[in-house]
Each structure stands twice: as C-alpha cells, then as structure tokens.
Design a protein around this ligand. Sequence first.
Ligand SMILES: Nc1ncnc2c1ncn2[C@@H]1O[C@H](COP(=O)(O)OP(=O)(O)O)[C@@H](O)[C@H]1O
Ligand SMILES: [Mg+2]
Length: 363
Amino acid sequence: MLDNNAIVNALRSVKDPKSGQNILTAKMVEDLRIEGNNVFFSIVLKSNDQEMKTSLNFACMEAIAKVYPDANVNIHLKLKSDFSEDDQSILPQVKNVIAVASGKGGVGKSTVSANIATSLAQLGAKVGLLDADIYGPSIPTMMGAEGKRPKIEILYGKHKIVPVEAHGVHLMSVGFVVEPEQAIVLRGPRLGGLIRQFLQECLWPELDYLIIDLPPGTGDVQLTLVQMIPVTGVVMVTTPQKVALIDAVKAMNMFLMPNVAVPIVGVVENMSWFTPEELPDNKYFIFGQGGGKSLAAQSNSVLLGQIPLVQSVREAGDSGAPISLTKGHPSQIAFENVAKNLMRQVYIRNETLEPTRIVKMQT
Ligand SMILES: Nc1ncnc2c1ncn2[C@@H]1O[C@H](COP(=O)(O)OP(=O)(O)O)[C@@H](O)[C@H]1O
Ligand SMILES: [Mg+2]
C-alpha cells in the first residue's frame, strides 16, 4: 500500500521551473488520489511551454520512483482554468507587473519604488522589486542590500538567478551584477540583454506585484520590457514643478502609444512640499504646486498620493531601511496610503480593462 504522506513528501522535492518553489507550495498539485499501487494527480500549469511540461512530468515520476519504484504514476497535466493562448507570459507566477517611470532623474523614482514595494509587503502582499535603472542602480543601497550577490541555482539543467531578499521584498538589480562604473558603458543591446536575463533567468517566486524601477525617460529598457512581459500598469513619478511635467508627459506617452497600450494606473507627486522635521505642520511649496494633479488629469488616471520632502526620507534611503518600515512616521503613513491606492487602482484596472498584450515589433 502506498503512503499518502510519502508521496506528498516526494512531490515536495519537485520544483516549479518558473519560480523554483516546490510544486506543492506553488499550488500546482491537485486531485491527489491513491488506489492500491496507483497514484493519480494533476499538475496545474501556468504556461503551455512544452519543455516545461516534459521536465515536470519526468521530475514527478522520478521523485515518486525513488520511494516507490514499482508504483504506477498517472499524471494529468492541465492548464490553469483562466489560461488563454495569448498569455505566453514568461512570468506566469507574477500577478501584476507595475513599472515606475518618470520624465527625468532625481525626482525620487527609486525612493518611491522602494517605499511602495516595502509598504505593499508590510500590507501583506508578495512583492518583487526589479531595479531596471541601469544608469543609476540605487535599489541595493536603498533596500540595505548593498554588496549582496544573488545566488545561482541550477534548475532542470539551466542556471537561474535567485533574487536577494530584503525587508520582505525580493530584489534584483543591475547593481548586484556590475559595478556602478561599469554600468555606464553598457549600451543598447547589452542593456536589453540584462533586462531579458532578469525576467527570463530569475527565479521570481509567486508575486502579487513586481515593481520595476525604470530608468528616466524613454529608451531601450522601456522598449525591451514591453516586448517581453505584459506590464499591468505604470506609476508615473513627478515633482510638482511645471517644467518637470513636459518630460513626464513624453515618458508617459510612450506607454500610451496605441501599439504599446499600457495603462497609467496613477501618479505619485514627490517632493510636494518641504516640511522641516522640527516643524511638522509647516509646508513650504518650494517646487511649486499642481504637477501631480495635472499629470493625473492628462493620463486619465488618479493622484495616488503626495509625498513631502522630509530629511528622514532621504536618510532612511541612504541607510538602507526605507521610511516605510518606521511605523507611525508621517512619511510611512503617506507611502502606505499610496500603496493602498495603488492596490485599488490595479484592481479597478484589472476589472475594467483587458490584460496588457506584449508588444510585437515589426522587423
Ligand atoms: N520625499 C523625499 N524626501 C527627502 N528626500 C527625498 C525624497 N524623495 C527622494 N529623495 C532623495 O532625493 C534623491 C533622489 O531620489 P531618487 O529616488 O534616487 O530619484 P530618482 O530615482 O528619480 O533618480 C535621493 O537622495 C533621495 O534620497
Ligand atoms: Mg533612481
């Protein structure tokens, strides 16, 4: 008689080729049934990849054969119920891909990305953060993961990169693989190659949100991204300044082009006003007012929040512990509200709009 627990334990050693998680944790095993010497179960697939099917089938058979060499193993491979043929995503284990974009550098895109990711994780979501800003990879520093190196794992004969974990967020950054001075000399195709690797060869676990900190403006990274994965939505970061807006609109329009069609899910206005630490009720509008609201109106989206310029936000970023970890700090509350508004807008986007399609470039 075959023992149910022994079978379950055997299957626990089989890994999902996409996330690297064991197939039980990844909730891919269904309808496990044992009858005499027969084992029946289904493997729920999130992608229709033939190689993946074969690998999984083999790995399951092998794992069970180790404990019960004579058992009859009957595996039913089935696609998950909401699978569509269009959905050839290379990241089927990621529910929402959120790109964080801006017109120019220095507006706080990385600060906002790191704090949104941390806040979402604090709210209980499973979160990844991909630092795609090749020119200024600041996520390792801001998340306190400087000097860390991602582990390499061999899965089904292929080398895979395991994202680094910090503050409950799974991280990948150019900063983990090249020195900052080297990053500057990487151009065009090399950059695209790196981003491709981070999406294709990384063992991203099951995620509710993968936040992508993009380089400013429009360029190769943005293009590679929309051609590789369906980006659920874009968060635009801007300062209140009117002149910053022209650049922000340009960057935003790339996503709204009819053949790209990635919706803007909201705008974060950063450095909305300056508040001295010792006078928390004072607001100085040093960069003017209205930029965020105006950009939200132009993109037909909403203002997710206004983040004041506060010294401790900068200090927290430099020290590797985003302010979102300091419960009760006014800036923590501000970022938590941005994160909650983002969750709501992503939900509305998914309810009301078709899933984003990968951009097919004519060659
Ligand atoms: N709300 C804020 N309050 C204080 N400092 C901020 C704030 N937002 C960003 N900074 C600081 O401004 C600088 C630029 O921010 P960063 O997030 O690196 O911008 P970007 O990624 O757009 O280039 C960093 O030193 C960061 O710590
Ligand atoms: Mg940055």
